[in-house]
Design a protein around this ligand. Structure first.
Ligand code: GLU
Length: 422
């Protein structure tokens, strides 16, 4: 279980929204509803491995809320996936979609598996069998998965194909929108792959505008060089930022003159991690947190910025590209030290924003241009930032509380009008 001390990750996620709810005296009925996921689907399914043996895998789909639209959120394939983690991630999706104003609810799913331990054929079988086990619990107007850690466009193409194959013949074309983050060839949107990283960069640019800081004067440290961290780093470097430190599960590398992140991008795709990258010093994991940088961008797992790490961090801004990277204790220390935090549900919302665009394109059988996707992404991100800053200034609260308040107000208005059935 992904515990932080005695507190589960889901408990920490609930405390986060309850704190914001206190500030606006949220109706206790809505607090109660949002504390629990609506549905929890757990499936155990067998897969025959290449050596002929059989393994039973456990998969999850937690549907937290559909008050604003179909359940929406990624599928994570990682050895740490468990019920507690997926519950927390599902709740964060509800607040994220409400905050950026896309007509979706929140969900998350995953399989407890290390994809690196299995062949491509085995992974295909895992994905297809998992999709089959979920069956009608997902659907283009019901619950729409997307990529997350350990999954990608190929995974989504397999989910879509499996779902289409178990749908009645007349629906096989119209069910493409059952997942987003597909390859462009299979109905995905241009710009979806880099969307989360790009949204993180728009978050940084918005912060620069607010604080009258020049983007090209910032030095940055990034934790995680997967889909989110790598695209963010390459695009931030293109716009003049100096990426000084990058860490992942293989090691930490530092170059105070700036890492060549375009070369690092290719290196990581070839070698599987940052370790051994030439023209950089090799450092310890903890050196990433004490690096001499202005901005720290956690883009890996949750619970990385603990109180101990927050105490020694030199960065004055944290942009949470990962979901839940800061522990509640870490957050208190950052606040005491005046380190600003752009919260996850805002900073990393670019992925689900472009997922929404993909879903719209699938529904209308259209293919938008990269420019159109990118312009709409920037607009959605900046509008969400503007709303958060407005509430923060109005109530004098943190950006995280303000982000939750924007989301909670949107959800509350809908509950007020729809009322609680029956
Ligand atoms: N997994 C991503 C997230 O955590 C994207 C979800 C989606 O596009 O539905 O936001």
């Amino acid at each position: 279980m992904s515990d932080v001390g005695q507190r589960s990750l889901h408990q920490a996620a609930v405390e986060q929204f309850q704190r914001a709810a206190d500030l606006i005296d949220l109706d206790p009925r809505y607090r109660e509803i949002l504390t629990y996921p609506k549905n929890e689907i757990i499936v155990n399914f067998p897969v025959t491995l290449d050596d002929g043996s059989l393994q039973v895998f456990t998969g999850y789909r937690i549907q937290h809320s559909n008050i604003l639209g179909p359940y929406k959120g990624g599928l994570r394939f990682n050895p740490n996936v468990d019920l507690d983690e997926v519950r927390a991630l599902a709740a964060w999706m509800t607040f994220k979609t409400a905050l950026v104003g896309v007509p979706f609810g929140g969900a998350k799913g995953g399989v407890t598996i290390d994809p690196g331990d299995y062949s491509e054929r085995e992974m295909r079988a895992v994905v297809r069998r998992f999709t089959h086990a979920l069956g009608s619990n997902i659907g283009p107007d019901h619950d729409i998965p997307a990529p997350d850690m350990g999954t990608n466009a190929q995974t989504m193409d397999w989910v879509m194909d499996t779902y289409a194959n178990i749908s009645p013949p007349g629906f096989r074309q119209s069910v493409k929108g059952v997942v987003t983050g597909k390859s462009v060839e299979c109905g995905g949107s241009v710009g979806r792959e880099e969307a989360t990283g790009r949204g993180v960069l728009y978050s940084l640019r918005h912060w620069c505008g607010e604080t009258e800081t020049r983007l090209d004067e910032l030095s940055i440290g990034v934790q995680g060089f997967g889909n989110v961290g790598s695209f963010f780093a390459v695009q931030a470097a293109e716009q003049g930022c100096t990426i000084k430190a990058v860490g992942d599960h293989t090691g930490t590398i530092i170059n105070n003159d700036g890492l060549d992140v375009v070369k690092l991008f290719d290196w990581v795709r070839e070698k599987g991690g940052v370790a051994g990258f030439p023209s950089a010093d090799t450092a310890d994991t903890e050196d990433l947190f004490t690096a001499d940088i202005d901005v720290f961008v956690p883009a890996a797992l949750e619970n990385q910025i603990t109180a101990e790490r927050a105490k020694v961090m030199k960065a004055h801004l944290v942009i949470e590209a990962a979901n839940g990277p800061t522990t509640p204790e870490g957050e208190l220390v950052l606040a005491e030290r005046g380190v600003q935090v752009v919260p996850d549900i805002l900073a990393n919302a670019g992925g689900v924003a472009v997922s929404y665009f993909e879903w719209l394109q699938n529904k209308s059988a259209q293919a938008w241009s990269y420019e159109e996707v990118d312009e709409r992404l920037r607009e959605l991100m900046w509008q969400a930032h503007d709303r958060v800053v407005q509430v923060r200034d109005e109530l004098g609260c943190s950006r995280r509380d303000a982000a939750y308040i924007v989301a909670l107000r949107r959800i509350t208005k809908v509950y007020d009008r729809r009322d609680i059935f029956p």
